[in-house]
Design a protein around this ligand. Structure first.
Ligand SMILES: [Mg+2]
Length: 342
């Protein structure tokens, strides 16, 4: 056994092992507002030396060119073809329902209109033109008139409705604003119908990315469990949560089974660092002990404790998450030592 252990300790198992494509979210992963997130640019540029890195955005009001320009201004090296948007994924869903050449009623901005035109659809803003589909994405100038025309068109049950994304909120420099989901919901309330959604957490954007780069084993990097990680899991894509954005330790411990990431890291330097495998032991009394390097978490019935917090906050969180997730118990009934999510 000894030589084998020695060999294993030499091999560095990072989250990028065996990965052939990185799918990265933007807000909370690459930047926050106008600022790059510490270590993100360096870590992604390093990954890009050996891997295709692609950026996924639900925001339908931006074009791949404008996103790529912004990323390059932060120090990344991207081309517009490295950026995949929810309007592009929406086109993939639309083509399965309505052939190019058809008239499509659009609610949204330039990014969406351009994708529709490039895909060969004819655009209208009036339900009187008998559109064969409705496609809805966010733009800051979407008006009641456009929402009403979409509703009129959707009164025909044979007209499919595709939304680029269903995000309730849109982070802006002045705070949270209503996102596309709120505008979609206005049309939903007027028509009683539900759209097909292309963006995260639905799988169309992930499927589109995998096809575009012919990838067998991609890794999704995100900061939100309910969009990035849930969507990746639905699409069968390995996922990594980075704690530089929306979701933090507490949300990790409470994650539903379908929103649990394969990896949790503090910042993107973790992409290139060894990722420890948690060791789970269960004794005769049912006490669960999870060890991650020098952090130990135990779980007895509904009590989760950290008898040995160890030297790293993130290893302690990984051990706590593993203990709770592997127990199959819901977070609500558990008493969790606050040190684990401090
Ligand atoms: Mg994000």
């Amino acid at each position: 056994m000894k030589p084998r252990l020695k060999m294993m300790s030499k091999t560095k198992n990072t989250p990028l092992d065996g990965i052939d494509l990185i799918l990265a979210d933007l807000d909370g992963v690459v930047y926050r507002g106008k600022q790059a997130i510490p270590h993100a640019i360096e870590a992604l540029n390093k990954a890009q030396k050996s891997l295709q890195v692609t950026y996924l955005t639900n925001n339908a009001s931006r074009t791949p060119e404008s996103v790529s320009e912004q990323l390059n201004s932060l120090g990344l090296k991207t081309n517009p073809s490295d950026i995949l948007t929810s309007p592009q994924a929406a086109m993939r869903s639309l083509r399965e329902l309505v052939s190019p050449g058809a008239v499509v009623l659009v609610v949204g901005g330039d990014g969406l209109r351009r994708e529709l035109e490039q895909s060969g659809y004819r655009i209208t803003e009036s339900a009187e033109d008998a559109p064969q589909a409705v496609v809805q994405g966010f733009a800051a100038d979407v008006s009641w008139k456009q929402l009403a025309e979409a509703s009129f068109a959707l009164h025909n049950p044979d007209v499919p409705w595709i939304a680029t994304n269903n995000d309730w909120t849109l982070p802006t420099e002045r705070g949270m604003a209503p996102g596309n989901g709120t505008l979609v919901s206005a049309v939903h309330l007027a028509t009683g119908r539900m759209p097909i959604v292309a963006g995260k957490p639905e799988r169309a954007l992930f499927d589109f990315a995998r096809e575009r780069f012919d990838s067998k084993n991609p890794l999704m990097i995100g900061d939100r469990l309910d969009t990035d990680i849930l969507g990746a899991n639905r699409a069968g894509v390995k996922s990594l949560l980075v704690l530089t954005g929306a979701d933090q330790a507490k949300q990790v411990l409470a994650a539903d089974p379908d929103s649990r990431p394969a990896f949790v890291i503090e910042d993107l330097r973790g992409l290139h660092e060894e990722y420890p495998q948690p060791r789970v032991e269960i004794d005769a009394d049912g006490k669960r002990t999870v060890t991650v390097r020098d952090s130990i978490v135990t779980m007895t019935e509904n009590e989760v404790s950290a008898p040995v917090p160890g030297s790293s906050r993130i290893d302690l969180l990984r051990a706590g998450a593993q203990a709770i997730w592997s127990s199959g118990l819901a977070i609500y009934g558990l008493k969790v030592d606050p040190a684990i999510y401090a």
